[in-house]
Structure formats: C-alpha cells, structure tokens
Write a protein that binds this ligand. Sequence first.
Ligand code: G3P
Ligand code: CA
Length: 303
Amino acid sequence: CRAVPEAPAQRLLDLQAHRGGRGLAPENTLAAFDNAISLGVTTLELDIGLTADGVAVISHDTALNPDHTRDAQGRWLSATGPAIHQLTLAQLKTYDVGRLNPNTQYGQQFTAQVPHDGERIPTLAELFALADRRGAGQINFNIETKVDPTKPAETASPEAITDAILAEARRAGRLPHVTLQSFDWRSLVYAETREPRLWRAWLTSPRTVQDSRWTAGLRLADHGGSVPRLVDAASRRSKGLSIWSPAFGDLQPQQVREAHDLDLKVLPWTVNNPADMARLIDMGVDGLITDYPDRLRALMQER
Ligand code: G3P
Ligand code: CA
C-alpha cells in the first residue's frame, strides 16, 4: 500500500513585540505589554536595568530620556536625566513615560502610538504579575540585559542585572518561559553559570560583533569572517546558546541555513516593514522582533 503523504508542517513563527510593541503603545510600559498580550503575541521583548536599590526595572534607556519622560510636574525633561541605577525605585516612579515628546525627532517617529498618560517605568515583577492577571501562562519573555561594556559606569554590572532577572523569573515561576538576550557576551556566559538550562540569545549588530569589548574576546577574524562561524564558536564555548538575533538588514539566506545547521534559532530585530517581514519569513527565520506586532500578525494570517 502507498504511504499517504504528510501534510506540510505549519511553521510556527515566534511573534515578538519589541519593547512591548512601541509602534502601538509607549515602549516598555505595562500598557504596551497589555496591548501585545491582547494582540496574541508569543513573546514580549523588553530591556532591564537595575535601580539604586537593586530592583529590576524595564527600561531601554540607561538614563531618563527626554524623548518620552516627564517629571512629577508634567514637564518634559530638557536633557538626559539621571541614570536609572542612580535612582531608587520610589524616585523612578515619579516620572511619567506614557507619551512621546512631540518636540524631539524620536518623539515624532511612531505616529500610530497611542499615549497612556500616567504610565510609570514598570518593574519586572509587575510585568510578570500582569501576565498572571491576563492569564497569559504560556507567553514568553525575551529579556535583554541593558549594559554597554564600552560605558561600564552607566549601568549596574551584567552579572547583577542577570542575577536580578533570574531571581524575579524564579519567584514568578516564569523561568521556563524566559530567554536572556544580550549584545554583551559576558551576560550570556554568566547566565549559563547561574542557570545552565536557560534559553539565551546572542544579539549582534555589524558594530558589536566586530568589537571585542562586546564579544568578550571572541574575534570574527579568528573564525573565517562569517557571523555564523563566530556564533558557532560562541555556541560551543557556552555549551548551549539557543538563539542568534542579528540585525535584520544584512541577513543572508545562507546565514540562516548555517545557523540552523548549528541548531540555533534565528530571530532578527527589529523588523517593521511588511515586505521585509515577508522576505525574512521566506528566508526561514524562526520569528521576528517587531515594533508592530499587528502588522506581523496580519501578514501571518494572510499566508
Ligand atoms: O531584541 C533586539 C533589540 O531589542 C535590540 O535593540 O536597542 O531596541 O534593545 P534595542
Ligand atoms: Ca532590546
């Protein structure tokens, strides 16, 4: 008898809301994450810093940013404010990050963003509590250690930030749904020593992958000049790197194939144009990190 041909498997894409989907709601706020959960994303992407009193808070900026920050009197910051790690949580919570500043170039960028006045910089614990309240038990969290090895004084150490992320995720029972991501190779190596089974994603950009301060000594030139070869070396050195997250612009189909041969998932950032989304999906990527999860969801429904 003839075997019945198998139906082609439906490829599941990881739909990641970058900073909670900042194209739609103020970045890295509970309002944005709540909206992303409503849109049915599989993963919330976010950035973590530590306050002066050691609390893991969700902020892309290492210092208060005039592009979207108002003080307790409702005045826009006129310049970069204090560093996150110099403020206590109570001090940080006095600032409003619920609206883009119309006076800055960045503030004019996301025209579809719906303001949520009164939003504060959330803690990671508050995000996990929101996911609990929303019944989002299976949602994933792609959590970046926001450090810059070229400016170490501007943040807490990668080890302290990683420890705080892991502690909160353990407390919330969410560790199996956490990926720790970083451009900073030290964060990923350290995370492995604390949680060997943790999913870890190496973020690369053409700049950081060429700079040994970001790669903690791994050198592209030592490995034949192709990023997947460096990822291969990094993956073997850390025993279980799970994901490679390259900047999407220069990604080539051959690199996606090479990464898959290394058992790495490929999750490019930050892809906002539907034509780019379609091109990358056709290339075989495993998911996309986007400011517009609504656009990606619509595209996936069409295909
Ligand atoms: O997850 C990748 C992406 O978040 C990296 O860029 O600067 O938005 O943190 P950035
Ligand atoms: Ca990020």
